[in-house]
Write a protein of this length. Structure first.
Length: 279
């Protein structure tokens, strides 16, 4: 079984030597597409530092056919800097992290898309960089859905119907993603899924709900590895080789290998290729 991951924070978490070893292990674990997020918020990363991270990533491209990157929270950048950023060809950018900023309202915030935010959306989409709706609050999500010209993309979120959390998506939001032939990556973060420690069965249940209500063609993994403290990872999923436990749980639920392959790998590959996001 091959895997793809729409969101992993490793690039801003490991030093160069450890990063080399990590990408080698990712290859061994059959991850064919890895989207490395450059998380700007905690260190308030500016354009120069982001460029350095992109250089780090490109040095590792020989290890992987499809090693791509995204920006998590562009609020550390000015509009002029974002015009330069798009030339680096990120797959996507989130407008926020969890709080409100000059561009939009985060999951824990209250505002919607601002005038500057609408300008950023235009710049990104004009350069075929997707706006990642992960971390947007509902007001910003729906404001964005009215102005975007692209399929709606969410790299790493979970389901409000199964766990009431401000970062999770309602059925109506998921319906909008599917309606536009977009993509949603499911995380393995306990706080978005249950009150207590989770396992692969709980993650499989996220997919089970999606399939029963929306089909299987617009969903995949956005693990948020390295964005999750170990205590909030599933008990039986600590690294990519453990994703086989989700596969086994999906088989237990009666899903075919074809459906599982789409969830684990093919749906994200399709989304990237159809939207000209892969080299």
């Amino acid at each position: 079984m091959y895997y793809s991951d729409a969101h992993n924070d490793v690039l801003t978490s490991l030093e160069d030597n450890a990063l080399d070893d990590y990408f080698n292990s990712v290859c061994r674990d059959k991850v064919k597409i890895l989207n490395c997020a450059i998380f700007t918020t905690s260190r308030h990363l500016g354009l120069k530092k982001i460029e350095e991270f992109v250089v780090r990533l490109k040095r590792n491209r020989p290890y992987r056919k499809h090693l791509i990157f995204s920006i998590e929270d562009v609020s550390t950048l000015s509009i002029d800097e974002i015009k330069i950023l798009v030339k680096l060809r990120p797959v996507s950018c989130t407008l926020t992290w969890n709080d409100d900023n000059i561009y939009a309202g985060g999951a824990l915030g209250k505002i919607g898309i601002t005038k500057k935010g609408r300008e950023i959306i235009h710049i990104l989409e004009e350069n075929n960089v997707f706006v990642d709706t992960a971390h947007l609050n509902k007001k910003s999500f729906w404001a964005f859905s009215r102005v975007t010209k692209k399929p709606i993309y969410n790299s790493h979120s979970n389901l409000f119907a199964l766990k009431r959390h401000k970062r999770n998506l309602t059925d109506k939001q998921i319906e909008q993603i599917v309606k536009t032939n977009g993509f949603l990556g499911i995380t393995i973060y306990q706080k978005f899924i249950a009150e207590s420690r989770i396992n692969a069965r709980d993650v499989a249940n996220q997919f089970d709900y999606l399939i029963k209500h929306f089909g299987y063609k617009n969903f995949g993994l956005g693990t948020d590895f390295f964005g999750i403290d170990d205590e909030f990872l599933p008990q039986d999923i600590q690294r990519y080789k453990d994703l086989k436990n989700i596969v086994n749980e999906l088989k237990r639920l009666g899903y075919s290998n074809n459906v599982i392959r789409h969830l684990m790998y093919k749906n994200y590959l399709r989304f990237l290729k159809e939207n000209a996001l892969l080299d």
